[in-house]
Design a protein around this ligand. Structure first.
Ligand SMILES: Nc1ncnc2c1ncn2[C@@H]1O[C@H](COP(=O)(O)OP(=O)(O)OP(=O)(O)O)[C@@H](O)[C@H]1O
Length: 330
């Protein structure tokens, strides 16, 4: 592979990536595949191993096992070549509160061995503009809101042109206004073509910002792919209300559908019996269309008083995957 920017393939690829702390597998054989040009949400409850994974991706922690490939290069062997092409916000940079935002960025940029001093002023200015802080450039950081500090952290990650941005919980601890600011910023950076890998424990946040997601649960990667696919991967429940339960079961049986055990709470309905069928897989959902089920029922003389198609929500899907509730607030 050449030295220029990679335009296809994967921005991040790991195989069997693992990290043990004593007996605990904080990250357990994770195979991540993050395509170029995506906004990739790294979703999981607190403690599921997101930060530990990100630290290994960036060479901040050594892996116990497995491989990391960043922008087409094996890590950590090519750390010094790759890291200048990657902007990161992990655990927030330390800012001097009594220096202005711009002065802090000058300091951080001059501390990096990879940057060109001659272009520093223009790069600081441009980074502040990209995060919407140009008007606060001369203000001392102690007077910044949390959202502004977080955006300054992202500005720091943008001081040089980056192919990949890695943001660890960038909205953590922010009020709704700060959260909105950071989410809008991530979206606008994505429009400019940077691949963004962003961790979050908030499903709604990933749903709003990201094109792709991976879900971590107790150190393991339990799902990944485009959000549209993750949504479709959920089950669909068909719910039929009929006074002709026996005949309806027969028709469903002919279609290869097995009703769920009856819900005792729904049996005494005046409209008849409620019969539910779950279509688990995408293949099953493609093969058995709800309108065809209704057609077969009606053709067989089954009186259909009610028919509903209930798709599992993304939240239901992730709760099912992780066995934990997600914080869907904000
Ligand atoms: N240096 C360490 N020593 C021992 N255990 C650790 C260390 N770092 C992380 N862990 C443990 O590894 C697990 C994963 O932690 P990690 O911080 O990666 O999760 P996370 O998904 O990023 O959660 P959070 O959002 O709360 O940071 C946790 O059980 C944590 O206690």
């Amino acid at each position: 592979m050449g030295d220029g920017p990679v335009t296809d393939g994967l921005a991040i690829e790991t195989h069997g990536l693992s990290k043990h702390f004593g007996q605990q597998a904080a990250v357990d054989s994770v195979d991540l595949a993050v395509p170029h040009g995506t906004v990739f949400g790294f979703l999981g409850p607190n403690g599921s191993g997101k930060t530990t994974t990100i630290r290994m991706l960036l060479g901040l922690a050594a892996a116990s096992a497995g491989t990391v490939n960043l922008l087409g290069r094996e890590m950590p062997d090519n750390l010094h070549e790759v890291l200048p092409r990657v902007g990161a916000l992990v655990e927030g940079p330390a800012f001097y509160p009594f220096l202005s935002g711009a002065a802090n960025l000058h300091r951080l940029d001059s501390a990096s061995p990879h940057t060109v001093p001659g272009t520093r002023k223009a790069r600081v200015q441009r980074a502040l503009e990209r995060v919407g802080l140009e008007h606060a450039a001369g203000k001392r950081v102690h007077a910044y809101s949390l959202g502004m500090k977080q955006r300054l952290g992202i500005a720091n990650a943008l001081l040089s042109p980056r192919e990949l941005l890695v943001l660890d919980e960038p909205t953590n601890g922010l009020d709704p206004q700060g959260t909105r600011e950071v989410r809008n910023l991530v979206r606008s950076l994505a429009h400019q073509g940077t691949t963004i890998f962003v961790s979050s424990h908030l499903l709604a946040e990933v749903d709003q910002m990201c094109t792709h997601a991976a879900v971590m649960s107790a150190g393991k990667l339990v799902a990944q792919g485009p959000l549209t696919e993750l949504r479709q991967a959920g089950s669909t429940r068909l719910r039929l209300v009929t006074p002709d339960g026996g005949a309806a079961r027969e028709v469903l049986g002919r279609l290869g559908l097995v009703p769920e055990p009856p819900d005792p709470g729904l049996q005494a309905q005046p409209d008849g019996e409620t019969i539910a069928v779950v279509l688990e897989t995408a293949a099953q959902q493609a093969a058995v269309l709800p309108e065809d089920v209704v057609r077969h029922l009606v053709q067989a003389g089954v009186r259909v008083r009610g028919f509903a198609v209930e798709r599992e929500s993304l939240e239901d899907r992730f709760v099912a995957l992780t066995g934990e509730g997600f914080d869907v607030a904000q």
